[in-house]
Structures are given as structure tokens and as C-alpha cells.
Ligand binder design. Structure first.
Ligand SMILES: [Zn+2]
Length: 428
């Protein structure tokens, strides 16, 4: 049996061009290497799983590589590159400050800086999660950072830039990493699935990418989990991904929004009950619903439309629902949900806490376009046998709101009259 290598490691980029979604960084780094104008200290900031450590290793490789390519990429074949790939390089030190944050750890590292490299031009120190260093450790480090020997290069990485001392910040060249776009994650997952000959449904990969929230590492771990879950030869389906990754389907949120718009309190409450019975956490639902309403809000204006982070196949549905909601409703709903989110942990009765918010949102005083309620999507279960005692009677409206023309109004009225006549006649 061959040994299983996690995708995050197996498909970790080894050249700048393979780094995803960070062209502004890779281009600048390559230019710096090509022109020989390398700073002595870099600070890589950005969310987790977006390629900070990967870029640090590629940079370390490229500056010590014996035969850098024309495109300023490490060759990945020379002895220096290979020893770095095998983690056996004497020129590269990696310190995880999350677990080694004491002043002694930094003194050890600083002590090594004194010796020039045996092979290659540079000694590279990569300090991950650098914001975790204790104050004493920061101070011990500062001196070295101020006057580093010509062969020393520091690459600091952090997810929390605001926790880094200004004295450190001012000595570093700062690079801000982007969250990875959903479509870029999907493309990468597709590439891997194809290479590994794993059949998949495109919507399943999109779901994984969405859940990863811009972190490629998370997406790859989820992908590996799915591969294990479906077994050899199995297809990664949307249903698999949804169930295994404990993802609350967008469907739930659309139905919930529809219930709000219709003023259908029972529908909103039974939906929440279904969510809880499916094993989801209430807090998770509140956060997801907030995200959903936020997505509807950004759909309301072409200026904010680029902020909509959903997959292409979901966009029409978001546009459709956004048209049904007014901006005041969405703002009010978001504010109420945010309040619910903040109070959730402190609440003694968390279920009721969420239910109250849902009831408020489904209460009819919320404005709806043209003062006309919009029909809710039918709920899969208990539909047709709903208790409407809490619901105000609602006339059936069309799926989408259109402004009627005078002519269409006239014809509608005419047909209504005739049908009324027909009813009267029938009764007679
Ligand atoms: Zn090389």
C-alpha cells in the first residue's frame, strides 16, 4: 500500500508561478531577486492558508539556488534546492513562534545568525506566527533585525499584523497576502482531482471552496476528507460534500428569507428546528444566515456586486431574491442577526434566543417592495399541513415583482371580473 500524502503537502507550490492568487507578491519578489535588491527582513501578512510560508520557502530556495531559471524561479534540481525540499538545508531555519515564543528560543536563533552560510549565499530565518513572540523575545530579536549580517535574511509571517510592534514593522518590507478567490480554489481542486483521477461533481468542489473561506490549505484538507469518505473509485458528489463537511445548504437560507418576506413565523421556526435536528449548531446557523443576507444586500447595488462571494451557478438565485428584499429590510435583518450573534454565547436559552430573532424578522411590519408580500419557497416537509394560526392571510403573488403597465392592469382586472362572473354563474 502506497503511503498517503496529504494534498496540501503533495501539491504545495514549488515555484512562484504555481502560487495561487498572489501575483502582486510573487512578481515583486522575483523583481527584487533579479535586480539583487533584496530587503533583509520581510513581513508576510494575511489570513491562514493563503501561501505565506509557501512563498517564504520559495523565496529561500530561489536566492540560494545554483541555477535560477530565466523566469527567476528556483530550479528545484540543484543540491541547494533539493536539500531545502527535503528539509535538510543548513541554510534555512524555521521557527514556529506559536509554540516557541520564549526569549530563549529567539536567543538560540539569534546565536546562529553569527555564522556565515556554508553553502549558498544566504542564511534564511523563517519565523511563523511571529505575533506570538513574547515581548522579551521581540526585544531580543530587535537588535539582530536592526543590524543583520549581509548574508542573513528574515522572513516573518503573521495572521495578525496589528500585534506586531511598530519597531519591528518599520524594519520590514511588508507584503499583504490576499484571501484566495473561490474560483481559484475550485480550479486548483479540479486540477488535483483530474491528476489523481478522482471523479467529482463540479458543485461539490464549489461547496468545498466556499466553506474554505479563502484558505487553500483548508480546502485541500476538506478535499482529502472527501476522497477518503467516498473511497477508491467513488465520485465526490454535492450531497457527500454537504453531509460530510457539515455544510448548511444555501437552500435553508433562501427558504428562511422567503419565510421572513412572507411573514410566515411557523415556516421560519420549523426551518430552524430542521436545521437543529440535522445536527447543526444554532450559532453556526445565525452566522450563515447573516452571511446570506449580507450577500443579498451587496446584490442590491452594482457598486457592491463584486463583493458577492458565491459560485456562478448561485448568482441568478441571489439576484432573484435580492430583488424581492428592500434595503431597509436587509439592514434591519442584519442588525437584528448581529445582535443575536453577539448575545448567543451568553444566552441561557440559546434556542429561544435565535427563535426570537427569527420571529422578529418574520413579523410583518418589515417593509416589502410595493407593500406586497412575496410567496415563500415551499418547505419540503410539513408543507401543506402547516399551522397558519400565527400567519396573517397572504394573497398569492407572482414569483418576481414586476411593475405592471396600465394595459396589463386593465387586462388583469378584466379577467378577474370575468372569472368572478363565472363563479357567480356557477353558484347560481
Ligand atoms: Zn536550484
Amino acid at each position: 500500500m502506497s503511503q498517503f500524502v496529504v494534498s496540501a503537502r503533495k501539491y504545495r507550490p514549488t515555484t512562484f508561478k504555481d502560487v495561487i492568487s498572489q501575483p502582486h507578491i510573487t512578481t515583486t519578489l522575483k523583481n527584487a531577486i533579479a535586480s539583487g535588491q533584496l530587503a533583509h527582513a520581510f513581513l508576510f501578512c494575511g489570513p491562514r492558508g493563503v501561501g505565506k510560508t509557501t512563498c517564504a520557502r520559495i523565496l529561500a530556495k530561489a536566492i540560494n539556488c545554483l541555477q535560477v531559471t530565466e523566469a527567476v524561479e528556483p530550479c528545484n534540481q540543484c543540491t541547494n534546492c533539493i536539500s531545502l525540499s527535503n528539509n535538510s538545508s543548513m541554510n534555512v531555519y524555521e521557527l514556529d513562534a506559536a509554540s516557541n515564543n520564549s526569549v530563549e528560543d529567539i536567543r538560540d536563533l539569534v546565536g546562529q545568525v553569527r555564522y556565515a552560510p556554508q553553502l549558498g549565499k544566504y542564511k534564511i530565518y523563517i519565523i511563523d506566527e511571529v505575533h506570538m513572540l513574547s515581548n522579551a523575545a521581540f526585544n531580543a530579536f530587535l537588535k539582530t533585525l536592526e543590524e543583520p549580517p549581509s548574508y542573513a535574511l528574515f522572513i516573518l509571517a503573521t495572521t495578525e499584523r496589528h500585534k506586531i510592534l511598530p519597531t519591528i514593522l518599520s524594519r520590514c518590507q511588508i507584503f499583504n497576502f490576499n484571501r484566495i478567490k473561490i474560483e481559484d480554489i475550485v480550479t486548483q481542486l479540479q486540477t488535483i482531482a483530474t491528476q489523481e483521477a478522482i471523479p467529482y461533481e463540479a458543485s461539490a468542489l464549489q461547496l468545498i471552496a466556499q466553506k474554505a473561506e479563502g484558505a487553500m490549505r483548508d480546502a485541500l484538507s476538506m478535499f482529502d476528507l472527501m476522497v477518503t469518505a467516498v473511497g477508491a473509485g467513488g465520485t465526490i458528489t454535492y450531497a457527500h460534500a454537504r453531509d460530510h463537511l457539515q455544510i448548511l445548504d444555501d437552500d435553508y437560507y433562501f427558504k428562511c428569507t422567503a419565510a421572513f418576506l412572507q411573514g410566515d413565523i411557523p415556516a421560519a421556526l420549523s426551518l430552524y428546528d430542521a436545521v437543529l435536528r440535522a445536527g447543526f449548531h444554532g450559532h453556526h446557523f445565525v452566522a450563515g444566515l447573516g452571511e446570506h443576507l449580507r450577500n443579498l444586500l451587496v446584490c442590491k447595488d452594482s457598486a457592491t456586486l463584486p463583493l458577492l462571494e458565491v459560485t456562478d451557478n448561485m448568482r441568478p438565485r441571489y439576484a432573484e431574491y435580492a430583488a424581492k428584499c428592500t434595503v431597509p429590510f436587509l439592514v434591519k435583518a442584519l442588525t437584528r442577526l448581529n445582535q443575536c450573534d453577539m448575545g448567543y454565547k451568553a444566552s441561557q436559552h440559546q434556542r429561544l434566543h435565535v427563535e426570537l430573532a427569527l420571529i422578529e424578522l418574520a413579523t410583518n411590519h418589515l417593509p416589502v417592495p410595493e407593500n406586497r408580500p412575496v410567496p415563500a419557497e415551499p418547505l419540503s416537509k410539513s408543507d401543506g399541513q402547516k399551522d397558519h394560526s400565527l400567519t396573517k392571510p397572504i394573497p398569492k403573488g407572482p414569483e418576481t415583482i414586476t411593475i405592471p403597465t396600465l394595459a396589463s392592469l386593465k387586462s388583469t382586472l378584466a379577467t378577474k371580473e370575468t372569472s368572478n362572473d363565472a363563479d357567480v354563474k356557477k353558484k347560481k
